[in-house]
Structure formats: C-alpha cells, structure tokens
Design a protein around this ligand. Structure first.
Ligand SMILES: [Zn+2]
Length: 160
C-alpha cells in the first residue's frame, strides 16, 4: 500500500493523502473546493455512480466468500500463536501479536459474513440503488453536471 499526495491544481496546497489501490470507495459527489484558493477539484476517493458505475465484484458472493475464508485462516493463525506461548513466560508483548492477528481474523470473518448476508437479502442492492438514485439526482443540476464535465468526467449529453 502506497499513498499518493493530492495537491490543489490551483495553489498547490496539500489537500490529503490517499491510496489509489484501496478498495475503499466513497459514493458521493467528488466535487470539492480548495479551502485556500477556492478552486474546484475532483476528489479521486469519491465516485459519482451514475457516471462511473460500480466495481463489478461489489455484489459477488464469491469475492466476499474469499474474505470469510481469509478471515478464518488468519483467526486460526492467531489462535495457534496464542497456543505457542510458554506458560509462565507470557508478557504483554508476547500477547500483542496473536491478539492483533486474532482480532483481524474475526473482523474479516464477520465482515465477510455480514456482506454475504446483505447481498443475499437484497439489502446491499437496495443501498446501492439508493446511492445511484442520489447520484442521478445530483446530475440533474446542470451547473453541477457541467462542473464535472469541466473536471474531465465523461458526462452524457442528457445531463448537459
Ligand atoms: Zn488551492
């Protein structure tokens, strides 16, 4: 994971660091304003669904099932590491690593199950339907659509 620094294209002010490879995406308006010079910019962490679509594995059970398996595996390693502590020799540092690994395993495992459940029950679909609708609503504002166009987005003619 390597982070990239994002600077204002107008005045060069450092705005934030972000990791382009991360799977974490925010679905809201990417249009923001530099607090220093007021120039508008597109936040690469934010995505306008109506223009950019969604990653194709977002509703994939298989992709999330992998997360559950990974979580179970990490959890298993954490528990094995706990078991390797010699009785009597246990101190805080020795317990820290297994504890961190175990917690990570549980997070992946439970997170994966929650995601799969929300896909199966349609809750996730509903959430993204709502986000897509909000995105389309934003684009109905011609000034906003034009700002995105100026910032380099492919905006369909119907919005301009
Ligand atoms: Zn600026």
């Amino acid at each position: 994971m390597s982070t990239v620094q994002f600077n204002c294209t107008g005045c060069g002010k450092k705005l934030f660091n972000y990791d382009p490879a991360t799977h974490y995406r925010r679905y809201k308006s990417p249009v923001k304003e530099c607090p220093k010079c007021g120039r508008k910019y597109a936040d690469p962490r934010c995505h306008e669904i109506a223009l950019e679509g969604l990653p194709k594995d977002i509703f994939s059970i298989k992709a999330h099932f992998f997360l559950i398996i990974l979580g179970a595996f990490v959890l298993y390693i954490g528990i094995v590491m706990f078991g390797k502590n010699q009785p009597g020799a246990i101190n805080g540092i020795q317990l820290l690593m297994p504890a961190v690994i175990t917690v990570l395993g549980v997070l992946f495992f439970v997170g994966g199950i929650v995601e799969v459940m929300s896909i199966l029950t349609g809750i996730k679909q509903k959430k993204y339907d709502r986000l897509t609708m909000e995105s389309k609503e934003r684009l109905k504002n011609r000034d906003y659509a034009y700002t995105l166009y100026e910032l380099g987005y492919l905006v369909p003619q119907e919005y301009l």
